[in-house]
Design a protein around this ligand. Structure first.
Ligand SMILES: Cc1cc2nc3c(=O)[nH]c(=O)nc-3n(C[C@H](O)[C@H](O)[C@H](O)COP(=O)(O)OP(=O)(O)OC[C@H]3O[C@@H](n4cnc5c(N)ncnc54)[C@H](O)[C@@H]3O)c2cc1C
Length: 497
């Protein structure tokens, strides 16, 4: 196993030859997936991420590789079918990261079991050869065995079905490594602050190394704007700032709470498809803890660390209390984090009401290709679609292969000691060395939030690990590991409003 290029080596290569077949802006699921697709077709690719890989939305998902049972109820059959196929691709291509997970929908009303059961049989049928297990009807006793801790009064039974679960931030790191193994230059902490245009067409970007402040002009005819909820800023970063109007994205905040697994000691997840106010609630076991969530609240600004508010927490804890025998309280919350969904507005209709959960691709008059929306599960199919659009718009070199090879391309990462669910190991020197040499870690937050997931699981435990991780980072050549940021974040993730 060879180490990835060091940051210094990557910048040296960039300075030597600042010209690429494709530049990808944004190092989340969408950008890294697109970079891998392009690089695996033989293109020369560079990725620029302003912060750390997956530090935007891609580390803050519910971590479900799923077809989207609720979209089925809304009749979005092609969307569900595609996601079910992609779910199985993820499980097959990154088995070290993703695995099948049983879900149980408990029923408290007589009609719920047959109603949801029939819907889930359709979900099975749509999975076809990609199915992970057959939907089963459970008695009340079987439901309690599958979901120990569930409130039993009024419980009439349940339905068990299968979806997948994965580690979102780690998958992003794995994608970055895999893209790098195909020759992609991947940079975190490198912000694109301007598009370079000639004769009205994008021919490159200006990037600034956030560690040194040094700027670089980097050239490509094909620039992919994969900046998630921040796409509108880059759409307006060319010669014509009004290119950002109308805005494409309306961010929507989703909050998760993490509590001890003792509240529901099981390897099955619980899904409440319709809570008392009609929303969805997941209670999902993950890395030895339980994730409770999530909410969906439109917000005006796309902040880097969106705060949860009292209403978010009241909803999640209130509904959890309704379904669990022992109700978690604010004092039981080990970590609380939020992410922003990039919901795409129907800009063509000039309407801000029609928002979609599918991905959207726009090629602007200056040639900038913007892709946003969709979900983690479908990142690979989105990337394939981006390539098809870039090819059709003649943004890529003549002779670029029209054939995508990521369908069964293995994703690196099985060798990483950072895959361990053991939180305490995040302070080990070996762990940190691997994170630095192979996984592009630059700060204490990179190690504790995304190489390991301690911050997301147990914010107090993360804070305790800061000195050890900071020391190890310095030992392995990182000059300024920025311990203060993690301490600040850990306090935010500990305080439940
Ligand atoms: C609460 C919640 C739960 C979810 N749960 C699931 C789930 O269970 N399953 C599922 O499949 N999907 C889920 N999703 C959806 C999924 O997480 C997103 O669709 C996906 O992560 C979006 O990835 P992205 O790469 O488009 O955006 P991001 O991950 O936000 O990446 C964009 C990146 O661009 C960078 N950037 C911005 N501006 C610049 C610039 N100027 N220069 C350089 N870089 C820049 C940002 O720092 C960021 O890292 C969930 C989303 C939310 C919010």
């Amino acid at each position: 196993m060879t180490a990835s290029l060091t940051r210094t080596q990557s910048f040296a290569k960039l300075a030597e030859q600042p010209s690429f077949d494709m530049i990808v802006v944004g190092g989340g699921a969408t950008g890294l997936g697109t970079a891998l697709d392009a690089a695996s077709r033989g293109l020369r690719v560079a990725v620029f991420e302003s912060h750390d890989f997956a530090s935007g939305t891609s580390s803050r998902a519910t971590k479900l590789a799923h077809g989207g049972v609720r979209y089925l109820a809304q009749g979005h059959i092609p969307l569900v079918r595609e996601a079910l196929r992609e779910r199985s691709r993820l499980l097959a291509n990154a088995p070290h990261n993703a695995h099948p997970l049983p879900f149980v929908m408990p029923s408290f009303k007589w009609w719920e079991r047959p109603f949801y059961g029939v819907g889930l049989k359709v979900y099975d049928a749509l999975s076809g050869a990609h199915g992970l297990g057959a939907t089963e009807f459970l008695s009340s006793v079987e439901t309690q065995q599958a979901l120990p801790g569930i409130r039993s009064d009024g419980l009439s039974g349940g339905v068990r079905y299968w979806d997948g679960q994965f580690n979102d931030a780690r998958l992003a790191i794995d994608l970055a490594r895999t893209a790098a193994s195909f020759g992609t230059l991947v940079f975190n902490y490198c912000k694109v602050d301007r598009l370079i245009e000639e004769a009205g067409k994008v021919v490159g970007v200006h990037v600034v190394d956030q560690e040194t402040g040094q700027g670089y002009d980097v050239h490509s005819r094909c620039v992919i704007n994969a900046t998630g909820v921040w796409v509108d800023a880059l759409r307006g970063a060319g010669v014509d700032p009004s290119a950002t109007k109308p805005h494409m994205v309306r961010p929507s905040r989703g909050v998760h709470l993490v509590v001890s697994r003792d509240f529901m000691p099981t390897d099955s997840a619980m899904l409440i498809p319709k809570t008392r106010d009609g929303r969805v609630l997941f209670i999902v076991p993950w890395l030895g803890h339980l994730i409770l969530g999530t909410t969906d609240t439109p917000v005006d600004a796309a902040s880097r660390e969106p705060y949860a508010d009292t209403a978010d927490v009241d909803f999640i804890l209130g509904e959890a209390a309704h379904y669990l025998k022992r109700a978690p309280t604010r004092a039981d919350v080990l970590s609380i984090w939020s992410g922003l969904r990039p919901l795409v507005q129907d800009v063509s209709a000039g309407s801000t009401k029609a928002i979609s959960r599918e991905h959207t691709i726009e090629i602007a008059a200056n040639g900038l290709l913007t892709v946003t929306g969709g979900k983690w599960t479908t990142y690979r199919a989105m990337s394939e679609d981006v390539m098809a659009h870039a090819l059709a718009a003649k943004l890529l070199p003549v002779g670029t292969s029209p054939d995508c090879i990521t369908y069964d391309l293995p994703i690196l990462g099985a060798d990483s000691p950072c895959n361990t669910p053991d939180m305490a190991r995040a302070g080990d020197s070996d762990f940190v060395r691997f994170a630095v040499e192979h996984e592009f870690a630059r700060t204490v937050s990179d190690v504790l939030a995304r190489r390991s997931r301690v911050l997301f699981l147990h914010a107090k435990a993360a804070e305790k690990l800061v000195p050890a991780v900071s020391e190890s980072l310095i030992k392995h050549g990182v000059m300024n590991p920025d311990a203060a940021s993690l301490v600040h974040l850990a306090r935010q993730y500990q305080s439940c409003p």
